[in-house]
Design a protein around this ligand. Sequence first.
Ligand code: ADP
Ligand code: MG
Length: 677
Amino acid sequence: MGRIRVLPDQVANKIAAGEVVERPASVVKELLENSLDAGATVLRIEVDGGGRRLIRILDDGCGMLRDDALLAFERHATSKLRDVKDLLSISTLGFRGEALPSIASVSRLLLETRSPEEPTGTRIEIAGGKMLRCEEDALGAGTVITVRDLFYNVPARKKFLRTEPTELAHIASLVTHYSLAHPDKSFRLTSSATELLSVTPVAAMKERVYQVFGSQILDDLVEIGVRERDLFLPPPSVPPSQAIAEYRSEPDEPPVRRFRLSGFFSRPQVQKANRNSIYIFVNGRLIRDRLVMHALGSAYHNLIPSSAYPFALLFLECDAEEVDVNVHPSKTEVRFRHGSFVHDFVRDTIRERLMESRPAPSFSPAPAPARTPPAQPAAQLPYSEFSQMMANEAPVAPSLVEAAAAPGAMPPPPAPPPPVAGDPAMPDFRLRPVAGPAPRLDFSAPPIEVAPGPPPSGKLSSRRLDMHGEFPADAIPAPETSLSALSELRPLGQIHESFIIAAGRDGLWIIDQHVAHERILFEQVLKQRAAGRVETQRLLMPLILTLTPEQQIDYARIADELHASGFETEPFGNRTIAVKAAPAAVGAQDLERILFEILETAEGELRGASLDDLRRNICASIACRAAIKINMRLEPEKIRWLIHALAATSCPMSCPHGRPIALRYSTRDILKSFHRI
Ligand code: ADP
Ligand code: MG
C-alpha cells in the first residue's frame, strides 16, 4: 500500500494557521480585512490579554447568509473569487478563503452574523476546528466574531508569543494604520475597557492623521496631495488573421494604466533609526515592500544620512491587474507587474514634493502641550508588526512625536560661542535691536501706556504694567514653514567663523556655511554632469593610485561614470590607476582622498545601487571636498552670495550627506522664551 495520504481538513487548516495566524495581531488583521471587505463603516475591536485571551471584532457590514456562515469555515471557501481569471484582478483584501478556518482551528471562535436579507441571524461556535453549535437567533445586522484562547491547542506556538504589552502594541499599530487607510470609517480599539483608539469618519486623510497622532506631527510632515502618472502599455499584439480587419477600424488608444500616490512623509530633519515608521498601502492593503521602500530611500538620498529612515505613510493606488497580491499567505507582500515604473514614480513624486515644499527645520521647542491634541494611546505604542518583521526585530524607535521633541532628533545647536572681537562690517551676533532697513517687528517697541487711576479689576495685571513693551498678537508673523524665506534673509554675522547668523521675516536663522556651500556645489556639479559638461583640469603629473583587489573590481565598474564626472583615469599596470584630469572644483591635494572616498561608497551599501545613486554620490564627494570649510572667515559679500545661492538651490534643506543646513528660531519662539507672549 502506498505511503502517501491526503491530510484531513483539520490538519490542513492547522498547517495553514501556521502561516496565516502568527500572533494575535494576525487574527485582528484577517478579521479587520474581512469587515472592510464586507463594506463595514463602523469597526469595533475589543481585546484582552494582548489578544491572547480575547479578540472581538464587531462590524456593520453586509453580514452572512445562514448557508454562507457555515461554508465560511470550510477550507478555501470565499465569496471573493470565482475562477482563476479573478486572481488577476483582486480588488478585495481577502481572497484565499483561509483565514476563518485557520483561526477557528487554533482557538475557540464564536461567529454571530446576520445579513439584512434574512430576518434572523446565525450563531456558530467552533473550538479547535470542531463545530460545537450552530443556531438561529435574533441578531442585529452585521457580524461579530469573538476569538478566545488563541493557540490554546497549539502550545508550541503559544510559547513563541511575546509579552501581553508587546502583542497589544502590535494590534494597536495594525488598527491604527488601517484606520489611516480608511479615514471615512470609524474605528475603536479597546483593551480590557481602556480605549486605545477612537476615530470618527472624516473627509480627508490629513484630518485622520490629526485624529490619530495629534497636531504636532503634522508640522513634521509634508503632504503629497494626489499625484498621478500614467503607464502607456504597448498595444496588444493582433493575430495576423485579424490584422486586416483591425486595419480598417480606427486605431485603438494605447491601453493606459494610471497610478496614484498620496499620503505623507517626514521632513528631512525627522530621522528614525529603522524602518518602523514607514507604512505602505497598495490599494488599501498594508504591505511591506522592498521596491517601494527602496524608492522612498532614493527620494531621500542626499537628504538624510544613509543610516537614517524617514516617517512615511504612502498610499499607492493602481489597477488591480498591475499588482499581484497572491504572493504570500499572510498577503503582506505584493509583486508589481511594472516594478521599475512604480519605483520611479514613487521616488520622483516624493523627491518633487520635497523640493517644492522645501520644509524649514526649526530648533524651536515643541508647542505647549495644552494646545496640542495629544496623540491617541494606540499611536504612541511603538511597535508595528510589518516593519518589525522586516527590521528583524531591530531596536524599537521612539514614536515620531517623541523623536521630534527629543533633543537627539536633530544635531544639538552649536555650543555658545566665546565673545568674538567686533568687526564693523560684520556685526557680531548679539541679541539687540537691529539697525538697518525698518524691521517688520520692532524689538524696541515703546512701553505701552499705563492708564491713569487704579486698574479696573483692583488687581495688578503684571502684563498691563510690563514696561518692557508688548507684542500685539497680530504683529507676530505666521511661522515660516518653507525655506523659500531664505532668499529674504539679512546676514548679521558669523559665529565661530563657521555658522552664519541672519535675520529673517520670521526670526533668526543659523546656517552652517560648509554644508550650505556643499549643497550649492552639489547641485551645480550634478547639473554640469547631466549636461555632460563638467569643467575639468589636467594634472601636471598624473597621480598614481594603488588599489586593493576589491577596489580594483569596483573601479572597473564605475570607471565610465568617473570619467563622465570629470575624473580622467586609466589602468596603469597591476592594480594601479593613473589619474590625469579631475573636476575643476577639486583641489589637487584632495584628489586622492576623494577618489578613495568614491570607491568606498561604491563598494559598501551601494554595490547594488542604481547609476543615479552612484552619480549623486560622486557629485556629493566632489561638493564636500570643494566646499568652504568651517572655521573660515567670510567676507560680507561672500555671505550674501552664499545665502542667495543656497536659496536658489532646489533642495536647501540638507546637505548631500543628510545634515541640516539652516535652522530657524522663529519669532514666536523668541517671544515665548522672553515671556512676551
Ligand atoms: P477570504 O476573506 O479570503 O474570502 P475568509 O476565511 O477570511 O476568506 O472569509 C471567508 C468568507 O467569509 C469571506 O469570503 C466572506 O464571504 C465571509 N466573511 C468573513 N468575514 C465576514 C464579515 N465580517 N462580514 C461578512 N462576511 C464575512
Ligand atoms: Mg479574509
